[in-house]
Ligand binder design. Structure first.
Ligand code: FPP
Length: 267
């Protein structure tokens, strides 16, 4: 039984759902079978977010790099996404789940995009849980797109180039309407970010597990949350600052920092 502190839950969890192909191969099945089973893990995690009151979940469903896969697998992935969204839609509406999309619409097959757009429109009023699907998404492409949109605003005289700040830049990203990503989970044993939410992960906590995505169910999600709750998120501050300390200690610690040539940083 995993004990969780409901006051310390992440608001926004992002997941790289890796390991579907290996899961299927271990069962002597086609890779697509792994993706199909992976859809059940999606259902489990969505349900878990609802139950716990985690309001934002972002799923890496199809990356820009996934186009390098065999055409038959790509077709099957699009078919699965379309079928998943269509079949889940009544349930998404009943449970007040909002669907949003991030990524490049160009290249997504028309019928898949139509299905997505209608799910997005029909769930746009809901606030209980926002499930953001990263589809035809790449982190570097997203940053370049944001830079281009910003340059266009400068060119149109809507904004000054010198007004740019990290906060302002964030408004040009797909995630402008989402809070910071608190926790990234990657299943399947690899420990990399694979061009996912590069800008957004500045202060994200990472959780890597060897569990393959189709095996990743509620208990694994709860374990990832428990692990997250052990972390001290300092955002550049010191641990002492976060935990609070006696007045005399804080006076000492708050003296300005000076650089000396001989010893580096000293008080
Ligand atoms: C990576 O595993 C997984 C994907 C590229 C696709 C993820 C898609 C799903 C889980 C389908 C359902 C999703 C939704 C949103 C309904 P991999 O194929 O790279 O696995 P491997 O590393 O074992 O080969």
């Amino acid at each position: 039984m995993v004990h969780l502190d409901t006051d310390k839950l992440p608001r926004h969890v992002a997941i790289i759902m890796d390991g579907n192909g290996r899961w299927a191969k271990a069962r002597l099945r086609h890779r697509v079978f792994g993706h199909e089973e992976g859809a059940n893990s999606v259902r489990d995690v969505v349900q878990c977010c609802l139950e716990l009151g985690i309001p934002y979940l972002t799923l890496y469903a199809f990356s820009k790099e996934n186009w390098k896969r065999p055409a038959s697998e790509i077709r099957a992935l699009w078919e699965l996404l379309k079928r998943f969204i269509r079949s889940e839609l009544p349930d998404l509406i009943a449970r007040e789940i909002r669907i949003v999309r991030m990524g490049d619409p160009e290249g997504i097959p028309g019928d898949v995009l139509d299905e997505l757009q209608s799910a997005i429109a029909l769930t746009s009023q809901f606030e209980k849980l926002t499930v953001s699907l990263a589809i035809n998404y790449g982190g570097r492409q997203e940053i370049v797109r944001a830079a281009t949109l910003f340059a266009m605003d400068v060119q149109n005289g809507r904004i000054q180039g010198t007004d740019l700040t990290p906060d302002l830049f964030s408004r040009y990203l797909f995630t402008s309407h989402l809070p910071e990503v608190d926790l990234l989970i990657r299943t399947g044993g690899e420990r990399r970010v694979s061009n996912f939410l590069l800008w957004q992960m500045a202060y994200t906590e990472f959780y890597f597990t060897r569990i393959l995505w189709p095996d990743f169910r509620k208990s694994h999600f709860l374990e990832a949350l428990r692990d997250y709750q052990q972390r001290e998120r300092r955002f550049g501050r010191t641990g002492e600052q976060l935990r609070g300390k006696s007045k005399s200690e804080s006076l000492l610690d708050d003296r300005p920092v000076e650089m000396t040539e001989s010893s580096g940083i000293t008080h």
